[in-house]
Design a protein. Sequence first.
Length: 131
Amino acid sequence: MEGAISHIILNLDKPRKFRMDMTAIYDFQHETGFKMSQLPTLGPKIDGDSSILLKLIWCGVRHEDESLTWREIGRFISPKDYADIMTRVITHIIESLGLKRLAKKGERATPKKTVPKKSGTGKKPSKPQQK
């Protein structure tokens, strides 16, 4: 069954298969509080908090080794390779989970909540008196 799930190879401590099965998706949501549908818009958050990417990678490779921690994943990635790995991982997830539509520039990953506007019931402020 493992071969049926799309994956990419990440060169960490050794070549590892990164894949997002349902367990990996659950782990990511549980560890970070983010939904997978939010992934296309997480770029700025990932830039500001590298633990998000490390946890994402950890969730996708731990099917090979349950004893791995996300902190160990961080030790396998040089700062020079960080941006490339982030791009590869996010692109793979967007494509394999069908999130391409959400990745379009300017489009929200989740619907915007609308709140009805309150109609003005109060008096308009009076103009200050001129002397």
